[in-house]
Design a protein around this ligand. Sequence first.
Ligand code: ATR
Length: 287
Amino acid sequence: MQREITGQTTIIGILGHPVKHTFSPQMHNAAFDETGLDYRYLPFDVDPGSLQKAVEGIRALKIAGFNVTIPHKEAIIPFIDQLSREAQLIGAVNTVCRERDLLVGYNTDGAGFVRAFKELTGYGPAGKSFLLLGAGGASKAVSVQLAIEGAEKIIISNRTGKRGKELVEHLKQNFVDTECLYVPLQGSELTRISNSFDVVVNTTSVGMRQDDPRICPPEILSNVITVCDLIYNPAETTLISDAKKIGAAHMNGMGMLLYQGAEAFEKWTGNTAPIKTMRHVLASLTR
Ligand code: ATR
């Protein structure tokens, strides 16, 4: 049941621009209701030029925590007080907690992906080899977390070589125990190395539109154990249907969306997130 807002209600928010399409308020308010916590989650549309003022406002209002979304995930860093290790390595923040009057930035996107991956497979990234298609913000979040959790190998494949190679260099500099390499995003190149990865992860936006081309040739999936697409709308991209056809384990981006929220919930409240309720809300919003 939804609690009445009182003088003691703890306020959590999300800063984004635009913010009206986010599912997070429904997901978190349902989670607060389910756990009986006296918390409310509100959307705040913040223009890029007003971000510093918004953070000052959050300090003044003693708001207990918030999510950060496009376009503020990187821009917020100079305005907060501390960064967790993964947020520092990813160079972006999606969750902030007020801890002893300091604003501490975290990034739960990569951890959210890994939790969804563990739920699907029953094991973690340790000792596994990953091919990540794309080298943008999502790829950086996922690859950093995979390396933190002991992935044996990370292959980054990107349309723009410079961006892909820069991400590989960043990973190499920070994770000596994970083998990191770059491969151009071309069918022939991916086919050439198709024996050297266990998991494929699409982090690009290719597959969101019906007329998008395949992000990779289906043949490269034949030795793969697990196929992941970070896209959740549509729920079944061509990559996921290719994975289904060959009987590979597969997941879309819904699990990452759910678990990045669960990780944030747990940081703000100290309580275990009510996964079933949060999953149910997301499913109903994306149906
Ligand atoms: P996000 O934060 O969602 O990762 P991003 O940082 O803009 O978004 O990164 C988008 C990724 O999708 C990049 O790897 C991009 O490739 P480029 O670096 O070459 O731009 C990739 N991407 C987007 N559209 C693509 C397309 N049509 N073909 C291949 N890759 C594409």
